[in-house]
Design a protein around this ligand. Structure first.
Ligand code: SF4
Length: 274
């Protein structure tokens, strides 16, 4: 048993699972190595997320599609686009996605939480994170909580993505403790296609994901301990070269990433046109 709890978010654990070296650059090395330039797709995702967050701060009678341009403009993130034309096209698309999406929402419906922080502990983890939205819905045995995660990437998502997402499972695990009601259902809302990929967890499948998260935390703590005891940090946090390298903020400083051709900061929004 570890002597202290491992304080983490789902994305911190996910960073280690994706690539231990990227984890080290992000969370261990101080000062952190310099990152590459900002990505346009991150700007687009952040803009849409914030607009939806602010949508729910409006009184229900003002939750109308006409409010969206103001919301989106107010918190639009400009970084990473190739030029103003490309940014304009992305803005237009984002607005289209939002208009279609809010048409599916009941303006009178108040979620349990929007960009809501949830935190809980296990024997190993002090887990915290911020879910995009947590809905309260009627279940067969009473009120339930549902985790909603917005996605703005190029490709659609399916039930396997929802089932396999450790982050969604950990949010569900934390939410049922915070709200003291069952939270088994997790949903990925893909705004560009207007599709929802959902999965119903069981107690067992949530427990399995928590166990995996704990195993990851134990590996991370062991690697950190080894480095503190004098082990080679490059060996304790090995690279995991693959398709993620092209999109990695540390590609330039990582020996494995330096082999991979650079992607333009706007590469993931080029399909939108502009
Ligand atoms: S460039 Fe690739 S191997 Fe290097 S840290 Fe990033 S993801 Fe890991």
């Amino acid at each position: 048993m570890p002597e202290r709890l491992f304080v983490c978010t789902p994305s911190k654990l996910g960073a280690y699972i994706d690539c231990p070296r990227r984890y080290r650059y992000t969370y261990v090395d101080r000062p952190s190595p310099p990152k590459g330039p900002p990505w346009a797709h991150n700007s687009l995702g952040a803009s849409v997320h914030t607009a939806l967050k602010n949508w729910f701060t409006l009184p229900p009678d003002r939750r109308a599609p006409g409010a969206l341009p103001t919301l989106l403009k107010a918190t639009w993130v400009r970084e990473g686009y190739r030029d103003v034309d490309q940014e304009r096209v992305a803005y237009r698309r984002a607005l289209d996605w939002l208009e279609s999406y809010v048409a599916t929402l009941d303006p009178a419906e108040e979620p349990l939480g929007v960009e809501r922080g949830v935190a809980t502990k296990t024997a190993i983890l002090a887990l915290n994170g911020r879910a995009d939205r947590i809905d309260g819905r009627a279940g067969p045995d009473g009120p339930e909580a549902v985790i909603v995660d917005y996605k703005t990437g190029r490709s659609g998502l399916d039930a396997d993505d929802a089932r396999g997402s450790q982050a969604l499972a950990l949010y569900a695990f934390a939410a049922q403790r915070v709200f003291r009601r069952p939270c088994r259902r997790v949903e990925l809302h893909h705004l560009p296609t207007g599709t929802v990929a959902a999965h119903e967890h069981t107690e067992e499948s949530l427990a399995r994901q928590v166990r995996r998260a704990e195993e990851t935390a134990i590996d991370i703590m062991a690697a950190e301990k080894a480095v503190a005891a004098g082990a080679d940090p490059d060996e304790s946090f090995p690279t995991n070269p693959g398709s993620l390298c092209g999109w990695c903020d540390f590609r330039k400083v990582c020996p494995a990433g330096a082999e991979v051709p650079a992607k333009e900061p706007w590469a993931a929004v080029e399909h939108l046109g502009g």
